[in-house]
Design a protein around this ligand. Structure first.
Ligand code: SF4
Length: 408
């Protein structure tokens, strides 16, 4: 595990940081004082001038660029002066001020921060897979703490499987499609390897790669370029939405607005015009007004979703949302009905866009999926068959096709 102790300000800070570094080394950390990738950041701040304070605050953002999943612990004078300001920053888990620096490491121990940092990915034997589609676990846990969700409490903080282990299973599983799964695969990181870099490592695996559920923040130009460069990643983005209303998203502790989410979809369509964007929507969150709900309804069409999984809000004791007053069952039921209709309309519109076109489909026992997640049925299709097909007409939950050519 790597720790970065970053120091601003006076000689005294430098001396204290050197002691902290020694203490971390004694706990088995590889320690650096240069900003770069690390599993834990300790920021020793300075408040001698306004500029020093500004640089101290800026350092948090710089750390998060190297590893957005690593906890940041802040101590030193700037944090003594404005603890709240640091605590409000994403990634900061603890603010300790300027006094008692000698106790910093003990406090980290007490608060379980070392334990969290050291939590490692639990390798399991490869599950029994078909030769058609294999689900490959690459990550576990979550750091996001959405206000309605218990997962971070139950599964712990995010941790990733080593890229080497992912690659080894991908090469040997023999499946024609590999689905990369995890609780929050957007946070995948093995040293310098993030999800985009992992896709590049998987580019020579003889299978098409599908991504599991993604968070909005991963959709950057760089990531989309990496997907494209990999060449074997299908254009299907399961991008969790949860609500189309910015105020509900805020109450859910999701980290984007309606506009930011739609901008992500736009970016995806610019790079992958035929992309399938699928999503999850929670209906009847406690703070959701009829107006908020209307925004959820309208975004379903606006985003051009290929599929929408919607669920009525269900209160989970122990979460922040459970403290809010639940909407009545009848309101939730009525809104669910309207959301299901909107989802159906979006799905029908999505299928219609591709009628008459050719796609590549990997067939399973009953129908199969195109690269862009159209559910396809065809006469003569067999499990495990990869075929070029022509889409003829809407059928069941997808489309009926004619097989043009089997791809061996
Ligand atoms: S909803 Fe997903 S992203 Fe949010 S806390 Fe739960 S697992 Fe994490």
């Amino acid at each position: 595990m790597k720790a970065c102790v970053f120091t601003l300000g006076c000689k005294m800070n430098e001396v204290e940081s050197a002691s902290l570094m020694r203490g971390l080394e004694a706990r088995g950390f590889e320690v650096t004082e240069t900003l770069g990738y690390a599993d834990l950041y300790l920021l020793n701040t300075c408040a001698v001038t306004a500029e020093a304070e500004r640089k101290s605050r800026q350092a948090v953002a710089r750390m998060r660029k190297f590893n957005p999943n690593a906890p940041v612990v802040v101590c030193g004078c700037a944090s003594e002066r404005d603890a709240e300001g640091f605590l409000g920053k994403e990634g900061v888990v603890l603010v300790l001020g300027a006094q008692n620096k000698g106790k910093v490491l003990d406090v980290l121990e007490e608060r379980g921060i070392f334990r969290e940092t050291e939590q490692s990915f639990c390798e399991l034997p490869s599950p029994k897979q078909t030769k058609t589609r294999a689900f490959l676990r690459i990550q576990d846990g979550c750091n996001r703490f959405c206000s309605y969700c218990l997962i971070p409490y139950l599964r712990g903080r995010t941790r990733s499987r080593s890229a080497e282990s992912v690659l080894s299973e991908a090469r040997t599983c023999g499946a024609k499609e590999i689905v990369l799964t995890g609780i929050d695969i957007s946070s995948y990181r093995d040293g310098e390897v993030g999800l985009g870099e992992l896709l590049l490592l998987l580019k020579n695996v003889p299978a098409r790669i599908r991504l599991g559920s993604l968070e909005e923040g991963i959709v950057t130009e760089k990531f989309l370029m990496q997907m494209k460069e990999a060449g074997n990643v299908v254009p299907h983005f399961h991008l969790s939405l949860q609500s189309g209303s910015s105020s509900v998203l805020k109450a859910m502790n999701r980290r984007y607005t309606r506009e930011e989410y739609l901008a992500c979809c736009k970016k995806i369509y610019e790079m992958f015009p035929d992309a399938a964007i699928t999503t999850d929507v929670i209906v009847g969150f406690p703070t959701e007004t009829e107006e908020d709900f209307q925004e959820s309804l309208s975004i379903v069409g606006e985003a051009g979703f290929a599929r929408v999984h919607c669920f009525p809000f269900s209160s989970r004791p122990g979460t922040a949302a459970a403290k809010k007053k639940d909407l009545s069952a009848s309101v939730k039921r009525e809104r669910m009905g309207r959301m299901l209709e909107a989802a159906k309309r979006a799905e029908t519109a999505y299928v219609s866009r591709f009628l008459g076109t050719e796609r590549t489909v990997l067939f399973e026992e009953d129908g199969g999926y195109s690269e862009n997640y159209l559910r396809v049925y065809a006469d003569g299709a067999e499990e495990g068959m990869l075929a070029r097909v022509k889409l003829i007409k809407p059928y069941r939950d997808g489309v009926f096709a004619e097989i043009m050519e089997e791809i061996k």
